[in-house]
Design a protein around this ligand. Structure first.
Ligand code: GLN
Length: 483
């Protein structure tokens, strides 16, 4: 039976004729079938994936050199456009909508001969933390089926967690890659704002959104990042230079890093004590091994979640105004008597409750009379946070944080108390507010048997250090983690 370890090991197996791309795709299709109850996929591109595998097997037979992602089986979140394939953001409003073009980041993977196996379930328009806000129903955490996988990229996380693909793509506007990675016990990387093209990524909040990567092997994640990090004239917010030297990750065994952490984060009233204790123990071990680990005051912590929700809902209310059922998307069967009623019927039926809540909140904070009280104020806080991060990264390589105050929770919580779920974004939204890259590393196991990760942030544009630290931590501090 095929077992995936890493891309280079897989390529070696292909070279040694131990396996073929066709066998491997069949293996994943089998696994997907065996695990349909997890509900990780929206659609599986069975025929197409097998066809591509066959072509690649023939190319190898003919002696053609293999490309960087030859036969690498990848799943994508249902917010990433793939020409000719359905993309719906797990929403009724886009029911049966087919992409007219392929997202630039995804195209880079396809150009290197990756095999796209299907698209994955998620929270509607990437809004949520548990994958319960989906038109396709909930996704189950493969580690414990009574618990959520996290969100909003829950399907992509479970696809990688349960071995239904080699790696997967998600999107992260406020933690939607790092938090499900934390809940599922895998690696989840959110690149810097500007590192990957957003062209072809359905927008939630454009000044926050980034495509992110799930995987189990840090070098594989680095390879995908490097391949996708190329400037794109279709996204004016992208960095002008391609990322280089990210892969393979340099193993700097002797390097001593300068870490810091916020006492306000670890001492926060909402955090599970075991999570804060285990991360603090890791911090102490790092110190004992000669790294710098300092406590840094961060008194802005309770402003993070409110400003995130003011700004992202404002952007969402504008971004989602295009879904009106006129040129595409869901059209109500109710006969309207005027244009406004036509829009209202389409949108009332098309959007789910959480998306409606956010559109209303966003419209409110942008409305005359409230704009200065909410939107402008949140923008000012965002600037303060960016400045604070700059000061920190002038002296430190990385910030250590939890990803979430708790491990994967049971189904139903987000329906009962949506505000509590918003507040649980306290540790992840900082990276999106300030544009810095962040990663969740699966280093810990809780006494409740669920995994949890360490979040590491570095300076914007410094993925090189982020990956170097990640490799260092995974290689030297994983002992605790039995996953
Ligand atoms: N939990 C966050 C939210 O609901 C994460 C969203 C995201 O990153 N797409 O907004």
């Amino acid at each position: 039976m095929f077992s995936f370890q890493s891309i280079p090991a897989y390529h070696q197996q292909l070279k040694n004729k131990i396996t073929t791309c066709t066998d491997v795709v069949e293996h994943y299709l089998n696994e997907i079938n065996k695990n349909v109850h997890l509900n990780a996929f929206v659609e599986v591109y069975q025929t197409e994936a097998l066809q591509k595998a066959k072509e690649l097997d023939e190319k190898r037979k003919a002696g053609e050199p293999i490309k960087l992602l030859h036969g690498v089986v990848i799943a994508i979140k249902d917010v990433i456009c793939y020409k000719g394939h359905r993309v719906t953001a797990a929403s009724r409003i886009l029911n049966n909508f087919h992409s007219l073009y392929t997202a630039t980041a995804l195209q880079h993977l396809i150009d290197e001969d990756a095999i796209i196996i299907g698209n994955c379930n998620c929270d509607e328009f990437a809004m949520g933390s548990s994958n319960e806000n989906s038109a396709y129903g909930k996704v189950l955490n493969a580690k414990d089926n009574t618990r959520v996988p996290g969100g909003s990229s829950g399907g992509s996380a479970v696809a990688a967690q349960a071995g239904l693909c080699m790696l997967s793509l998600g999107s992260d506007t406020g933690g939607s890659v790092r938090q499900p990675a934390d809940f599922c016990g895998i690696i989840g990387l959110k690149p810097s704002y500007g590192q990957l093209s957003r062209y072809g990524l359905l927008a939630y909040a454009s000044s926050f959104d980034q495509i992110g990567i799930f995987g189990k092997n840090i070098d594989d994640v680095a390879l995908l990042l490097e391949i996708m990090s190329k400037p794109d004239e279709k996204d004016s917010t992208m960095f002008a230079k391609p990322a280089t030297g990210l892969y393979p990750i340099k193993n700097q065994k002797e390097k001593k890093y300068r870490f810091c952490y916020f006492p306000q984060a670890f001492g926060h009233a909402s955090i599970d004590k075991e999570i804060s204790e285990k991360i603090k123990t890791l911090a102490n071990n790092l110190k004992a091994n000669g790294h710098t680990v300092d406590e840094i005051d961060f008194d802005l912590i309770d402003l993070i979640v409110p400003s995130y929700y003011v700004l992202t809902t404002a952007e969402a209310s504008s971004n989602l105004s295009r879904y009106d059922g006129v040129r595409y998307g869901h059209q109500s069967e109710i006969q309207p008597t005027n244009l406004e009623e036509f829009y209202r019927n389409n949108r009332t039926e098309g959007f789910g409750i959480e998306v409606k809540r956010r559109i209303m909140l966003g419209t409110f904070v942008l409305s005359t009379g409230y704009y200065d009280a909410y939107y402008s104020k949140a923008q000012k806080i965002r600037t303060m946070l960016v400045n604070k991060m700059e000061t920190i990264f002038a002296n430190y390589d990385a910030i250590l944080l939890p990803n979430s105050p708790e491990t994967a929770f049971e189904f139903g919580k987000s329906v009962k108390d949506p505000i509590a779920v918003y507040l649980a974004d306290i540790y992840t939204v900082l990276a999106n507010l300030t544009g810095v890259p962040g990663i969740s590393l699966p280093l810990f196991s809780h006494s409740n048997n669920m995994p949890f990760g360490l979040q590491v942030l570095t300076k914007r544009g410094n993925e090189l250090t982020l990956l170097g630290i990640s490799k260092h931590l995974l290689e030297n501090y994983s002992k605790e983690n039995p996953n």
